[in-house]
Design a protein around this ligand. Sequence first.
Ligand code: ZN
Length: 506
Amino acid sequence: MESLSDRHQGDLQGRLAAFTDHHPVAVAVVVDPRTAHLAGPQHTAWMLINLLARADGVIRSVHLVCPPEVPLAARVVPLAPREMPLEQALLQGAHAIGAVSVSKASAPAPDQTVLIVGSAHGAQGRGARFVTGYGWWGGVSSHPLPVPDTSRASPLPFGPYLAAALAAAEIFLTVRLPAYSGPAGAYGWDCWTQTMSGIPAPGAPARLAEVDLTGTALAGVGAVGSTWVHALWATPGLTGTVVLADADSQGISVTNLNRCTPFGRRHLGRPKADCAAQVCADTEILWRPHHTRFEELGITPALLVSAVDTNRARAQLQNRYPARMLSASTLDLRAEALRVGPPGTGACLRCYNPPEAVTGDDELRARTRAGGAPAVQALAAEAGVSETEVRRWLERGECGEVGTRLLQSLRRQAEPVQARFAVGFTSATAGTLLAAETIKTLLGEPMRKAAPQHNNVTFQFLRPTAHVNAASPLARDPQCPACAPTHPAIDTWRQRAANASTPGQR
Ligand SMILES: [Zn+2]
């Protein structure tokens, strides 16, 4: 979904590439003892540590200043035993990630960038940034921001995760872009209204009761999808059965650990859907993980949540024409979430996303032949077959299981590796926006009550207070064949969407 600031993003690639010679910073995360017992500050502290601990090369070390023996207020750290007190759980979670060193400290040192979490009124912090999350809202500021008092404490993780992403982005951009002068003042984002806001939106529910997710399916358990699972796991009041599908044959890789918020080093090589379901098992939600492409399941869920990362995969999901669809994606420093439809009016998953070209089988064979013995050797290793089998396949071009595996390996190699700038705070934001929109959809809430036709929300981190960070209506792409009025599935899709718009009906 290319829009608004693509040219700007293109420039950014070059600028970031030019600044590889940067100096990682040491960060102190201070959990204010006066609010450390509340779920909001706990979620904020964990997602902050989670993102910083994965930013190898940007963060030199993290120093946690946290009161001891504070019990966890909710499900907070999926990578730590649930009975641990907050301080230990945060350290254990960071240790499980296994990238940047995170240790406990009694106070910030002078050379450290200081982030204060869950600031109570009257907290002090010269030069520090306050990171505040409450309910659906999260913000960053140079002075403590007021949130509703403890009697109305919210256990929801959406705002806290947003606050953590905003703060992590400030540090990241300060390190990587010397010209960056982040917003010095206070700013924040509210997921209930999907709008810029310095305070939590009035009227947003502080807690949820018995929201049944049965009929929901997630396609793609990468950086965005795994954060969606993480956020729903951390949200009290959700029930039901949820399908998770991810086909990545490599399983969790070291690169994934940079951005997949519920995964740690011990999960390397594991299938993503299974792993997410296992790490986040202790919830009323029953996860049904599948190590396959969603479209191969042959089901049409009531609500399909897309977190896939190629246009080809998006087009295949659109092909199921479920009653309701949500999608989130990232591009460089931008996160975006879409509520698909209405059918034939609003954007579909295929709109503005032309599927990538597929390299032909014969061409892939010809390339391997041209590469000689080293190419044969490399392909055999990658596909897990013998060199003899590769040569036989090159000579006879036969199909069958070996041929399919070889072609899959070659396709992976042939797809242009997009030298995209992939950072954890962007995908964590996309996954959080997607989780918030999932719950709001099930509650029958529009993306933005003040403007119910708005179906698309965009947030870019380079200038977080810019007006392009907003919800807006995204009409269908006039060039899109999948939701054209002439498409044979459009009437069925309209009917399904109309039936689903009655609250409570699935
Ligand atoms: Zn379309």
